[in-house]
Design a protein around this ligand. Structure first.
Ligand code: PAF
Length: 282
């Protein structure tokens, strides 16, 4: 597996691969890799000639400095895991200047309103940070396909919108949420949970399963009320938000229309660890 630690060596390599007509699959990450990431690479490997990943903890997408400071980092372990997986041909570990030549600041984007829902309300500036780093990475790596987890469903929708608006020649692919045995969605942040907290956090997925059972049987306000009640009874957990939203517009709904698809979105703090999850309702 090749390792590129700066933009120049990466872009020279990309150019050579493009000349040889190689089809490139790309999965950007912030490291602390787990099986959820491996499922992105596995899909990328099936659909491309060459798989590239990047590891960069992007400061501009953190609205909370403590979250940025505590974000798990272990590049050596990540590289070992990538090597062992056998899915990845090259990994890019950019320096800050490679992605932010003019200093660490975000561009400002219009994602047709997708950025104002859910995460956009609770994490101001987050999607401008994601947009800035992903746009730059896509311009440097020039992939044919890029892969993102559905765990961050709103992010996936926003990146698809970004590439559509900027007319970047890449297909954005979503990869289903990879769950621990308990049902907890895999996340780099899970590393920060104690074993007891990790066990207790399965309530998040269990709640989404209940919501799916209630879907189109009880009303949206009643579902919202029940979810709130579930988390009021959980010690050490705080429900930041729960919403059922139109899967396309990501706008919260208070009524189930016949011809629309819906998805439930949830964010829970377990102590100071922020966990996010979602589920398509059917
Ligand atoms: O989902 C992530 O890990 C990050 O938001 C991403 C897409 C790598 C951008 O920093």
């Amino acid at each position: 597996m090749k390792i590129f630690r700066d933009k120049k060596t990466l872009t020279d390599y990309i150019e050579r691969q493009k000349e040889m007509g190689k089809k490139i699959g790309f999965a950007p990450t912030m490291g602390a890799l787990h099986q959820g990431h491996l499922s992105l690479y596995e899909k990328a490997e099936k659909e491309n000639d060459l798989v590239i990943s990047s590891i960069f903890v992007n400061p501009t997408q953190f609205n909370n400095p403590i979250d940025l400071e505590k974000y798990p980092r272990n590049v050596e372990r990540d590289l070992k895991l990538l090597e062992q997986s056998g899915f990845v041909d090259a990994v890019y570990l950019p320096q800050v200047e490679d992605l932010y030549p003019e200093g660490l600041k975000s561009k400002s984007y219009d994602f047709d309103g997708l950025e104002n829902e859910m995460e956009g309300k609770f994490r101001p500036g987050h999607f401008d940070g994601v947009g800035t780093v992903v746009e730059e990475l896509l311009r440097q790596v020039k992939p044919d396909h890029a892969y993102f987890g559905e765990k961050d469903y709103q992010q996936l929708a926003i990146i698809a919108k970004l590439t559509e608006k900027l007319k970047l020649p890449v297909k954005i692919n979503g990869v289903p949420i990879f769950r621990e045995k308990s049902g907890l969605a895999m996340s780099s942040r899970n590393e920060r949970l104690t074993p007891t907290q990790r066990e207790a956090s399965k309530i998040i997925h269990e709640t989404l399963i209940k919501v799916n059972e209630w879907f189109r049987i009880i009303t949206v306000p009643e579902i919202n009320k029940r979810v709130k009640e579930i988390f009021e009874d959980q010690r050490g957990m705080t429900l930041e938000y729960f919403e059922i939203a139109d899967e396309k517009t990501l706008k919260e709904t208070d009524f189930f229309y016949k011809d629309k698809d819906y998805r439930a979105f949830i964010v829970v703090f377990v102590d100071d660890v922020r966990l996010i999850d979602n589920m398509h309702l059917d």
